[in-house]
Ligand binder design. Structure first.
Ligand code: HEM
Length: 387
């Protein structure tokens, strides 16, 4: 029997500090292997293997959950933890709110919000633009999209931190926060049922039909909960990591200021190289072999998107951030039937955030070089004003 390749591979917390070196080692020496973390999982590190698994949803199921570890609850999140045929019925419910046209309609609000936040953070000499800019922007937009009172966004950061960023070290805390969010979502649903109809996420969910029957209360909650966790920190991370890079690379910052037409290709490159979702899990529905490894029915399989995005077989100079890179298909939003429903919006928010920021603030540089590229924590910068 061939020996199973094993690595102590992790893709959360401090492991992210050095994860690009880890990925390189995996791609070179152990492109498919086993890690004992989180109950044990296979990992796929090559672009092609990840892509193939994304397409083969019948073998690589999203049930019981795509999240490893779970997001504070064992309830299946909708639509991310649901396989066909039900998956597309759920997805279709909200699709009209995420089309390019719907995102165009939201863009003036994104621009106005970005300007207000940029004008506020730039008042001092030094600012935490993670806290003051990258995080609030998606939360404020999300309130409008879902129908929360606009001032409620202040409560979201703490919940997201406890559910997403504490879950690998403190699952109890994550579960407590999950219950708080679900209670909060539920109070909105109950209130909205008493109010006149409105066309937003909550309005569509409470009146939805699935397979010719009314959606259940649990389904509404499991959909609303997923959106809360899918739409906030991902976009905040993408904005923060882009600004993190620009604060450390004055030449590219200057180039984007001079030529804002490059901002969309730069945003794509930041998404590829510093993806907010570094990996997602699947579960094998039957025995299958990948890269010579015997994956058994029921085994968890982690698709390491962040590694696939830096695969030398898929991109020239994969670790270089080339802000005018032309060919740039990546896994930041996934690739198969579960490809991010909010990708048009997430992308637009990142582009607008960068454009408005560069337009309204003077050149800026990193103050604390220890702040990591990943996550949604502080990003401290100094504004360089002409004397
Ligand atoms: C830059 C920001 C974002 C990134 C990087 C991102 C990334 C992802 C990724 C990697 C997946 C899983 C894809 C897969 O496994 O194939 C996903 C799914 C999803 N995302 Fe996003 N996301 C972002 C923003 C958003 C926003 C703003 C929303 C909504 C408000 C959203 C809603 C969803 C939903 C509903 C799914 C599940 C889709 C399905 O199962 O069919 N995302 N996202």
């Amino acid at each position: 029997m061939t020996e199973i390749p094993v690595r102590d591979f992790d893709f959360h917390g401090p492991a992210l500090d050095t994860i690009f070196d880890t990925y390189k080692e995996l791609r070179d020496h152990c492109p498919v292997g086993w890690s004992d973390r989180y109950g044990g999982f296979w990992f796929l590190a090559k672009n092609e293997d990840i892509f193939n698994a994304e397409q083969d949803w019948a073998t690589f199921s999203v049930a019981p959950s795509m999240l490893l570890p779970a997001f504070g609850t064992d309830e299946p999140m909708i639509p991310i933890d649901i396989d066909p045929p039900l998956h597309s019925a759920y997805r279709k419910l909200l699709l009209p709110l995420f089309t390019p046209r719907a995102v165009d309609a939201l863009t003036p609000l994104v621009e106005e919000t970005a300007r207000t936040l940029a004008d506020e953070v730039v008042k001092g000499e030094v600012a935490d633009i993670g806290l003051g800019y990258a995080r609030p922007l998606p939360s404020i937009i999300f309130c409008t999209l879902v129908g929360y009172p606009p001032e409620d966004w202040h409560m979201f950061d703490d919940w997201v931190d406890r559910i997403i960023y504490d879950r690998d070290v403190n699952p109890e805390e994550s579960a407590t926060a999950a219950n708080e969010v679900r209670d909060y979502l539920w109070s909105l649903v109950e209130r909205r049922r008493r109010e006149p109809p409105k066309d937003d996420i909550t309005g569509r969910l409470i009146t939805a039909q699935i397979d010719g029957r009314p959606i259940t209360d649990e389904e509404i909650l499991n959909y609303g909960y997923l959106l809360f966790l899918a739409g906030l920190d991902t976009t905040a991370w993408a904005i923060r990591s882009s600004l993190w890079y620009l604060a450390r690379n004055p030449q590219d910052q200057e180039r984007l200021r001079r030529d804002p037409g490059l901002i969309s290709s730069a945003a794509e490159e930041f998404l590829r190289t510093m993806s907010p979702v570094q990996a997602m899990a699947r579960t094998a529905t039957k025995d299958v072999e990948v890269g010579g490894c015997p994956i058994k029915k029921g085994d968890r399989v982690v698709l390491a998107f962040g590694s696939g995005n830096r695969d030398e077989d898929a991109y020239p100079d994969p670790d270089e951030i080339i802000i005018d890179r032309e060919e740039n298909r990546h896994f930041a939003f996934g690739a198969g039937i579960h490809r991010c429903l909010g990708s048009n919006l997430g992308r637009r928010e990142v582009i607008v955030a960068l454009r408005e920021f560069l337009d309204r603030v003077p050149p800026f540089e990193a103050v604390n070089l220890d702040e990591p590229w990943h996550g949604v924590g502080p990003l401290t910068v100094r504004f360089i004003r002409e004397a």
